[in-house]
Design a protein around this ligand. Structure first.
Ligand code: PLP
Length: 364
């Protein structure tokens, strides 16, 4: 059989699929999930909505997800106090699919996308799959963005996409909206689409500080959000974006798969969104926990990158792998990611965080 080599695309040969280790250990703090399962009332509402959707499961779902987009618009209004027309909102299977659609619609051969690294490890994969060239710009030592440098690279390289992740993964760093606006102005001048990935926006300290406030200021801005993190809905797979214009949504519709969001997905997400206030209370709890862990790590003499997300990047270790393994041996899974010497831990429940801190103390 060895004569018949798999005729896979040359650029995919030998590549390894993305995947954080998901070992079944008691304390999983490795993929920035919300540690709290839904309440019984949320579970009941999801079950009922899914049951009702099943009555018409012989039919294709609403391919434009109109009710879900309206529910997401109401959620954004509750969360940020901004009223955004559902026509300017788009939804997909996780913000990963939103990003893939953005690369597919605005990237492609002979285009390039700018990112500020270290950042989310999936961007290079969307770029590869859409044949988009990546131009990574290094963040400063403290993980903030050098805006002057960013502007000059935008002018020089004339990218098609500028991706700003704020709060950033894996560093937790938030970029002030005024700085995002400076980059967006430079990007607009060269005709680029600006994408602000706000997967962790709900964990920011200043409610008013979101790139959603810039949607009416720049013509080509997309703000991507997700139900996976703050909402505690990672398994439901619903991400979305708000954009400057309906034309942007039309462009994403060109590249989406037909009926990409199932009727069950749409119905269940709408039901879960009814409990937004409940999930935002959980967010406050996670923020308090995050601030406590920050103080504990600092008191241990460790460096902690200031975080506005639901995780912390801490270090630095001469042998970070040894620390990661030492924690795993005690039943705690964190993530070996980010620049050399650093480790990332998701904020868990109070009990999980205490276990993490106690076990870490035995290692440093
Ligand atoms: C977790 C994460 C996402 C969200 O992914 P989903 O597909 O919505 O689950 C998007 N962007 C960043 C930077 C993330 O860390």
């Amino acid at each position: 059989m060895s004569r018949f080599e798999l005729p896979i695309r040359t650029d995919l040969k030998g590549q390894i699929p993305y995947g954080a280790p998901t070992d079944s250990v008691p304390v999983r703090l490795n993929v920035n999930e919300n540690p709290y399962p839904p309440s019984d009332s949320v579970i009941a509402a999801i079950a009922q909505a899914a049951g009702e959707a099943a009555r018409a499961i012989n039919r294709y779902p609403d391919r434009d997800c109109l009710n879900l987009r309206a529910a997401l618009a109401s959620y954004l209004e509750l969360e940020s106090g901004l009223s955004i027309d559902p026509d300017r909102i788009w939804a997909a299977n996780g913000s990963n699919e939103i990003m893939a659609q953005i690369f597919s619609a605005f990237g492609g051969p002979d285009t390039c996308a700018l990112t500020f690294d270290p950042t989310y490890s999936m961007y290079p994969e969307y770029a590869r799959d859409s044949f988009t060239h990546m131009v990574p710009i290094s963040r400063r030592e403290d993980f903030t963005i050098d805006i002057e440098q960013g502007i000059s690279v935008i002018r020089e390289r004339q990218p098609n996409l500028v991706i700003i992740t704020s709060p950033n993964n894996p560093t937790g760093t938030s970029i002030p909206v005024t700085e995002i606006a400076e980059l967006a102005a430079a990007a607009t001048a060269v005709g680029a689409v600006i994408v602000v990935d706000e997967a962790y926006a709900e964990f920011r300290s200043d409610r008013a500080s979101t790139a959603l406030t810039l949607l009416n200021e720049f013509p080509n801005l997309i703000v991507s959000r997700t139900m996976s993190k703050a909402f505690g809905y990672a398994g439901g797979r619903v991400g979305y974006c708000a954009s400057s214009t309906t034309e942007i949504v039309q462009a994403l519709k060109l590249v989406r798969l037909p009926y990409h969001l199932s009727a069950i997905s749409q119905a269940a997400a709408i039901a879960a969104l009814d409990f937004a206030a409940e999930s935002l209370d959980r967010v406050d709890q996670i923020i308090r926990e995050r601030n406590k862990i920050t103080m504990q790590l600092t008191a241990m003499g460790l460096e902690v990158a200031p975080s506005e997300a639901n995780f912390l990047l801490f270090g630095k270790f001469d042998d970070r792998h040894a620390i990661w393994e030492g924690l795993l041996a005690q039943g705690i899974l964190i993530r070996e990611t980010g620049p050399q010497g650093w480790l990332r831990v998701s904020v868990g429940t109070q009990a999980e965080s205490e276990m993490f801190i106690e076990c870490l103390r035995t290692l440093v």
